[in-house]
Design a protein around this ligand. Structure first.
Ligand SMILES: N[C@@H](CCC(=O)N[C@@H](CS)C(=O)NCC(=O)O)C(=O)O
Length: 219
């Protein structure tokens, strides 16, 4: 029975689930919905009205971190460290990654420069916190890829898009380990298939549509 992912093309939380499905080589079905005009069935299916939702037979899972934890336990190629404390610590940092995604979105919607700078400061602080957690190896836990890596990948992809409009957040000098980690994640094979091919124009189009301060910096 193939799991079915209910998706929205731009959603970074959905992308966490897709990265996990792709890494593990799980075959799945995907249905895209328009969140501005969701189908009636979505309201019944998704208790919080959000994507991702994963349908497994008659069962429904929601919340991206819960979905990827389920996929990790249900399928081969484990993506969590064995050590209980390190695993729990990874989960804490996965939550931190979710916050970073929300910070990215807040950055986009700020109507003026001061709000934008405030949000950018928050992200700078977060990158400093992350820098202290990394030890300069390829992935968060060392050489072995984990769910925490997959959880941060959508954030770094969006920062790469934003940095073409407003450079400098993932600064190589200030945050060398974060920069390297980001590069390692974004060059994984599974990244290109974890979104629709037109993700970049869709994302920059969304920035324009939001009409915040960031959109005024676009060429
Ligand atoms: N905490 C949720 C966040 C999911 C989320 O915010 N999804 C957005 C799209 S990226 C959504 O469905 N928003 C619709 C809404 O809030 O009405 C998760 O990790 O799955």
């Amino acid at each position: 029975m193939k799991p079915e992912l209910i998706s929205f093309k731009l959603c970074p939380f959905v992308q966490k689930a897709l990265l996990t499905l792709l890494y593990k080589g799980i075959s799945y079905n995907i249905e895209y919905i328009d969140l501005d005009n969701p189908p009636a069935w979505f309201g019944d299916l998704s208790p919080l009205g959000k994507v991702p939702v994963l349908k497994v037979g008659n069962q429904v899972l929601f919340e991206s971190s819960v979905i990827i934890e389920y996929l990790d336990e249900a399928y081969a190629k484990p993506l969590h460290p064995d050590d209980l404390l390190i695993k729990a610590q990874n989960r804490s940092w996965m939550e931190f990654g979710n916050e970073c995604l929300m910070n990215s979105f807040n950055l986009i919607i700020q109507p003026d420069e001061s709000g934008f700078n405030e949000q950018r400061e928050i992200l700078f602080r977060r990158m400093g916190q992350l820098e202290k957690q990394l030890d300069g190896k390829a992935f968060f836990n060392g050489d072995q890829i984990s769910l925490v890596d997959l959880s941060f990948t959508p954030f770094f992809q969006r920062q790469a898009f934003i940095s073409e409009i407003s450079p400098g957040l993932i600064d190589k000098k200030l945050f060398p380990k974060v920069s390297e980690w980001s590069e390692n994640l974004l060059t994984m094979d599974i990244v290109s298939t974890s979104t629709v091919p037109e993700i970049k124009p869709l994302y920059t189009g969304m920035i324009k549509k939001r009409n915040g301060y960031l959109s005024t910096l676009m060429q």
